[in-house]
Every structure is written in C-alpha cells, then in structure tokens.
Design a protein. Structure first.
Length: 484
C-alpha cells in the first residue's frame, strides 16, 4: 500500500490521491465508479490546492463498492487543480482496482468528470502484488499526465477525445507488459499526441502477443531516432518541432529526420563503425558547425581565422582559415590505414598557391592529405604526392589508404586513381582547411572553398567509398545545398 503521508487527523485513514480536476461544475463526479478491495467502507474526498477539504462522501463497500458520486466544485472559479482522494476503512484496507466511467457512460445522467491527472501508482497492490485498473474509461477529458501506468493490469483502457501527452501514452503502453489478462480492449481515438518511440514494442506486444483488441487508429509512427542523431541535434540546439530552420522550407522535425536518415544509412551500409569523426557542418553558425556527429563529446573542431558560416557550410578565405580536429592518424587508424573525405560546395579561384582541404604533414615520407581544386585532386598517402586531373573542386572527394604501399582517389563515388605512396603514418593532428605542417598551419595551403562536410575514417573498400559519397549526396540534396 502506498502512503502519501496525507492522513485524516480524526480517523488516520491512508488517503491516496487518484486524480485531479480543474472543473468548476456544481455536479462533478462519476456516474459509475467501482472499487475492489478489502475495505468495508470507502471515503472519497475532494481537496483544494492548499489541502483543505471541500467535501467527503462515505459509502459502505463490503469488499466491492459501486456507486455514482458528485461534488459541488462551483467555487473553483479560477480553474485550479483540485485533487480527489480515496481511502478505505480500516486504515489497513487495500484498494486494488479502480473501474470508472465518467461523462454519462451507459446512457445515465453523467457528471462533468473532467480529469487532468491520473495517479495510478496510488492504487494499492492487489492480491498478486500488482496494482490493477479493472477498467479505465475517459472521454472528452483534457488528461495531460498519468503516473504509475507501468504498474497497472487492465481489462479495458479507453481514451476517446482526450488530450493525452506522448510520454504518458508511452508509459501507458509500456505498462502493457503487466496487463495480466488477454483478450482485453485498448481504445485510442481523438486528437491525441503520438506516443514516444519507446512505446512501440509495448504496443506491438499488446496487439500481437496479448491478443488485445485495438480499436481506433493508434499513431505509432513517431520517428525512432538513433541515439547519435538525438545527441547531435540536441547539442546543436535544433528542436524536434515545427519551427523553421536555416534551411528553406525545412522544419526542425524534418531536419531531425534528414539527419537521422543519414546516420541510419551509414549504419546500414556498414560505414558507421569505420568512421572516426564526421562533421556534417549543419546549423548555420560557427558553434553548430564544430560538432562531430559520431560522438559530440569527441573531436570537436577548434575554428581559427575568419570563416564565413551560413546554412551552406563554412567558407574559407584562403588566407587564415582552418580547423583543428584533435585527430592524430597514428592513434586512430587501424593498421595505420585510413581515409580522408571532404565535401566541397564551391569552385573558387585559388588564393593560396598550394591549398589543402584536410591533412597533416611532418615530412615527405610522413604525411597524409587531400587537395581538390579546379583542375585536380591530389594528396599524399604517407609518402609521395599523387595527382589526377578533374574539372572542378565541387563534390565529394576521398583519399583512401588501402594498404601500406597504395593510395586511391575518388570523386563523387568514382575511383579516379590508385598509385604508389609509401611512408609512415603521421603522428600529429589533422587540420581542415589547410595542412598541419609539423604543428603549424601551412601558410600556402589555406583553402578558399566552402566546406560542407568532412569525414575521417578507416580504410574503405571501393564499394564503401561509393556508399559514403551517396549518403553524403543524399543529405546535401535534401538540405538544398548540393552543387554537383
């Protein structure tokens, strides 16, 4: 039995709050209310927000009590939340079921049973130790909160035209694991919020395994966001809502879905575990652009110089812009093999004479870098520089170290070159926007292009590079900033 610590000073009853109302009706109550327990008398009491008692009604229970009752709440002119408590006599009595029909159930007169809160946890454990609601039916009620729903066992749960919040519906559905009887009924209709995604397994269990009859349309299609999506979007402070974002025609919820599709796609393609850090450059501001979607608590970018940030990404100026990643190839590449991928949205004229999009360099035999310009893609795979002609800097470019001797270049999913580049994996951090030249930014290597994404990863197969480029392209297209 749950004791809220609220007792009747005269009789020392164990009062339990079971609901709240904001009604100001002169005839508030239930036209059929049944309680099962081991009490021989039942008290129902309404209390004001300050705890003072409006009225108490007494009924002889004799184990089972079924009655209608009403209270005059017309004094509640300010629509405050009045609480309704229940107690049995003797004080040790347990009340193990509440079986309620508000608002004229069964064609009877009915009361204005406007419920704002149900506290199911305050129903005492039944004989089997589990709280039970034999039947709970609410119609046209502004229910906003339900507590203790995971403890209940029910023969029928009915919410018609109620305003039940998503998390509370989730809790109610999750409680289905404890619904003891099969062939029950769950009725859900009206203008209700969709349940949280975590409720879906419980809902399916209720429907498929418990043999419950599901009446009405239960919206169970809430997005099942990946944990990394949730962490990333919350960190860059974009809400899962209908508010507009910096991306034309895209709401917060739509952006969440686009980002989540990207994450799910990388996982489906077997790429996620091969990615060390992925910077999608989403959100339109300098702070939002720094976070690593793989793990927002690792490898956050440190931006230096005068980057220009907007919804399209972050634009370098070719003279002082770069970003520190904190990623040291020798510490993160498995077998000293890995890759660099840059998503570039512009084809600007060179400012620096030897621009680099991403990389680190200690000496000519200890360097890893990627450059994509108006006329070539080039880089080092720990050793000699390799280069192959292209017609634009725009697109998704990858340099990929697949074995100790070879280096491959790819553009928009297509392999352009594989050649020899032999050396040692560098042990200084990777920069974005220029080359880390032995611990300092390479002054002739600042890029003047717009970075729309950067991914540092383990070695990939040809098919995996193609899949990575495709996933990036899908996201860029959806964001309205794909320029290739």
């Amino acid at each position: 039995m749950i004791n809220l610590g609220i007792t009747d000073s005269e009789l020392n009853f164990n009062w339990r709050r079971f609901c709240k109302t904001v009604s100001k009706s002169a005839n508030w109550g239930f036209d059929r209310f049944r309680i099962y327990g081991n009490s021989w008398s039942t008290r129902i009491q309404v209390r004001r927000p300050d705890g003072s008692v409006v009225d108490t009604q007494y009924f002889n229970s004799n184990y089972q009590f079924e009655h209608d009752f009403s209270f005059d709440l017309s004094e509640n002119v300010n629509n405050e939340e009045y609480s309704v408590y229940i107690a049995g006599v003797p004080a040790s009595a347990k009340i193990s079921q509440v079986y309620a029909f508000p608002t004229g159930y069964g064609g009877t007169t009915g009361k204005n049973a406007e419920i704002t809160y149900w506290d199911l946890a305050q129903v005492s454990p039944g004989p089997d130790g589990t709280s039970q609601i034999g039947r709970l039916r609410l119609e046209n009620n502004p229910v906003t909160q339900i507590d203790g729903a995971s403890n209940i066992m029910a023969g029928e749960i009915r919410f018609n035209n109620c305003q039940l919040g998503a998390e509370n519906l989730a809790d109610l559905l999750i409680g289905s694991d404890n619904y003891g009887n099969t062939n029950g009924t769950f009725v859900y209709s009206g203008n209700l919020a969709a349940p949280a995604e975590r409720a879906l397994p419980a809902y399916n269990n209720l429907k498929n395994n418990k043999a419950w009859a599901i009446t009405g349309e239960v919206p169970v299609n809430s997005p099942a966001y990946e944990a990394e999506t949730t962490s990333y979007m919350n960190t860059i402070a974009i809400g899962d809502d209908n508010n507009p974002t910096v991306y034309t025609g895209i709401t917060g919820s739509q952006l969440w879905s686009l980002v989540d599709d990207y994450v799910k796609g990388l996982k489906t393609d077997g790429l996620w575990n091969k990615i060390i850090a992925d910077f999608p450059i989403i959100g339109g501001t300098s702070v939002k652009h720094t976070f690593n979607i793989k793990d927002v608590n690792q490898f956050q970018l440190t931006l230096l110089g005068s980057w220009v940030h907007d919804s399209s990404g972050m634009l370098g100026n070719g003279s002082n812009t770069y970003a520190r990643t904190g990623i040291i190839p020798s510490l993160v590449f498995t077998g000293n093999l890995g890759g660099l991928t840059a998503t570039i949205g512009t084809n600007n004229i060179l400012v620096a004479n030897d621009p680099v999009e991403v990389g680190s360099f200690i000496d000519t035999q200890k360097a890893f870098s990627l450059t994509t310009t108006q006329d070539n893609i080039s880089g080092r795979g720990y050793g000699d520089t390799l280069s192959t002609p292209t017609t634009t800097a725009i697109g998704v470019a990858t340099t990929n170290k697949t074995d100790v001797n070879s280096l491959s270049f790819y553009k928009n999913g297509v392999e352009l070159l594989t050649g020899m580049s032999i050396g040692t994996v560098p042990d200084i951090e990777i920069y974005i926007g220029t080359l880390n030249l032995a611990g300092s930014p390479y002054s002739s290597g600042y890029s003047a292009q717009r970075t729309q994404g950067s991914t540092i990863h383990q070695e990939l197969t040809d098919a995996e590079v193609t899949n990575l480029h495709n996933r990036i392209s899908i996201l860029e297209l959806a964001l309205g900033r794909k320029t290739w």
